[in-house]
Every structure is written in C-alpha cells, then in structure tokens.
Design a protein around this ligand. Structure first.
Ligand code: MG
Length: 216
C-alpha cells in the first residue's frame, strides 16, 4: 500500500481522546477489589514505574473480558469523549493532517470512538473471542503490548504514510517514548497530569482544541 505524503498525527486514546481507561472500566465489572488492583497496575505503567509488558497480559488474565463487555466499553469511550475531540479532529483533517489512534487499549473497544471521530486507522491490540464471545487471548505480537512499542508503531506509520511532519499526543509515559520519533510531542493533562510527561513534552495542553493553534 502506497500513500501520498501526509502530515501524521498519532493520538493516544485512554485519558486523551476519552476520559476513561478502557481496561479499568472492564476491571470495574469484576468488582471493586479487581478494579483497585488493575487500576494500580495501569497507573504505575503509565507513570513509567513498571514496564507495560509486566502488566499487559496479567490484567487481561484477571479480567478475561468477553465480546459484549468489550463492546460496552466502546460506548463508554464515546460517552466520556474529550469535549473538543470531535471538532479538533475534524479541523485537523481539514488542515491536511492524517489522524491515527495509537493505543495500548483494545481495538474492538476503540472502534466506535474512532468511527465517531472519523479516524480510519487504529493501531491497538486486538482481543480474541471464541464462538460464544468469551475471552480467548489477545494479539501478543502487537508492539503496543510492550515498553518501546509506541515508538516502533510511530516509526512504521511514518514510513507507511510518508510523513512530511509527525506529531504525537498523549498522557502517558508510553506516549512520551515516541518523542524521539516525532517533530512535536504534545503531553495531555486534562485527565491525568503526569510530572514525567509534563517535564519531557515539547508542549503540554489540557484541551485537545489547543492542538489547532499549536499545529498551524
Ligand atoms: Mg493514555
């Protein structure tokens, strides 16, 4: 597949395009003890205290989310969408940017939000379900499941889209890891303000609408 040269913007999903952390919402279905355990793992990984690969499989083994539960979280992403996300993505597209969601979340949960935002491409982790819709593992080969995965994805996207400019936006340390791959890394602090991300980012914003003037 050969694309014409494009300006690429890689957007994180959880705590960026939407207020929620999808994995935490799935954990919530298993009760408060499981939620507390999973949320602590997610937060430590996003703060960079533990490598993502250490929690990725473990969280899913604890929760074992089914198809219907995963789809329900898809509706939560939409319900808690960042209030300026829709208009911002539309404005960026009109200005010639190609938006891609780059997420360590679950593809099937993110798809409805991506569709709403008019984002055609998602780089996230596909869950597997059996014929009855029960959890049956995940795409263990996907780079987003491990530390250093997002830069690898951004590198590949830049090649694929022949990026003339590249930008990444996100709240987590895994997003900050892409800084060396992009012309501009924008930290996002509306839902989670992480000191390490704020200190390392080229710019730090609290509303996605701020991207429009930032990327002029
Ligand atoms: Mg995030």
């Amino acid at each position: 597949m050969v694309n014409p040269p494009a300006k690429l913007i890689c957007l994180d999903c959880d705590s960026t395009l939407s207020a929620i952390e999808g994995v935490d919402e799935l954990a919530r279905l298993r009760g408060p003890a499981v939620l507390a355990q999973v949320a602590a793992m997610t937060n430590d990984a996003m703060d960079g205290k533990i490598p993502l690969e250490q929690v990725f499989a473990r969280r899913l083994e604890i929760i074992r989310p089914g198809r219907a539960e995963t789809e329900a979280v898809g509706q939560l992403y939409i319900k808690d969408i960042e209030p300026t996300a829709r208009a911002t993505v539309a404005a960026l597209k009109a200005a010639g940017w190609t938006p891609v969601i780059v997420s360590a979340g679950y593809t099937q949960a993110i798809e409805p939000l991506a569709k709403l935002l008019g984002i055609a491409r998602i780089e996230a982790v596909r869950l597997n379900f059996d014929a009855k819709g029960n959890y049956a593992g995940f795409d263990t080969a996907h780079p987003a499941t491990r530390k250093g995965g997002k830069p690898e994805i951004v590198r590949a996207l830049k090649r694929e889209f022949q990026a003339t400019r590249s930008v990444a936006v996100g709240d987590g340390v895994s997003d900050l890891e892409t800084k060396g791959e992009v012309d501009l890394f924008v930290g996002f602090g509306r839902y989670a303000e992480r000191a390490k991300v704020k200190a390392g980012a080229h710019a730090f914003i609290h509303s996605l609408a701020e991207l429009i003037s930032l990327l002029k």
